[in-house]
Ligand binder design. Sequence first.
Ligand code: PMP
Length: 421
Amino acid sequence: MQTVSKPITPAVLENIRKDFPILSRKIHAGKNGSGGKDLVYLDNGATSQKPQVVIDVLEHYYKFQNSNIHRGIHALSQEITTEYELARKTVQKHLNAAHDYEIIFTKGTTDSICLVANSFGKKYIKQGDEILVTGMEHHSNILPWQLFCEEHGAVLKVVPVNNQGELDLEACDRLLNKQTKIFALTHVSNTLGTINPVKEIIRMAHAKDIPVLLDGAQAVPHGKVDVQDLDADFYCFSAHKTFGPTGVGILYGKEKWLSVMPPYQVGGGTIKTVSFQKTIYADLPLRFEAGTPHIEGGLGMAAALDYINKIGLDQIAAYEHDLLEYATDKLSVIPGLRIIGTAKEKAAVLSFVVDGTHPMDIGTLLDQQGIAVRTGHHCTQPLMAQFGIPGTVRASFAFYNTMEEVDKLEAAMHKAVKMLL
Ligand code: PMP
């Protein structure tokens, strides 16, 4: 396994890639395994691949540790409870949260946002109040708020996005007003790649005493996030996009909010005492963790975070920046290709359309050449409507992608466009 934090040179990359078994897979191979194309995995925005260290943790759990946490007096249960709580501390350290009890295990980003919408919402947002989101949100950061507004008579407001895919900060300042009870926005856009100036935005909101939730699903896999430095009130991400298992994620919340928010989902694990007359709920973080959690998922997430920290978050960000610049240059020469999302600050996401072609057709032709990209609206239909397109082709990169893979994408694109036009 890669252990030294140094620039991601081709030699370092070769070793990193060996940590991910799936990267040596062939796609569209014959039944006997012959032929096929090398997998070029450029759908990291949807989910990332898993290093062997994460796979090992899952296997080890089921082979040697399987038991429930927070319940048993026996050795297995005690051992796994300790490890699960250590995993929480790993996440705390990773996000630089002040306390481990500010880290809530959830099912993922969507679940984390639903928790805040329903718990914070019920306590603090009343009829006529406003909830602010932006025009570049994933549906997961629109629908929980929209549903809340429908049920409670609150009003959803939207910060506009310009043609480069950047937020209109003047409008943002205007829209943050006395009625605004929370501002929920994405740190990095999954469709455009835009890195929003979230520290500045949080300062703007806090000047008016408005708390901010950041959807970090596309930020945590690609660099350092420090929730105290950002002064974020809530921060959400998913393990599966961060080289960890599916079905588990994180809600970070400042103690000052979490400690006064009502329980969202309740049940086993969330209580101190229960009687038919009255239930006393547990302290943080357990009051928000109903039922048996994704135990091995929590352990796997911690292993994934340890893994990327060993590679180095700054190295990852720097290398992905180079990948993005290289890929942008390469794809820009394809006839008729238009990049959707040209913000100054961008993560390694390239969304594009090609005049006279449908994204699905391009995606299918790329797949035939072993290249996995995402096509469609990327759960950002309002954004698609703004750009007047049904969808895009999206190549989203991770630190294990190579410049040679970008070359393959470019060659495959030339071929695809020639076939379609
Ligand atoms: N927000 C953003 C920006 C995303 O990219 C995604 C996943 N595409 C989500 C939220 C939802 O994440 P999950 O499905 O893991 O809950």
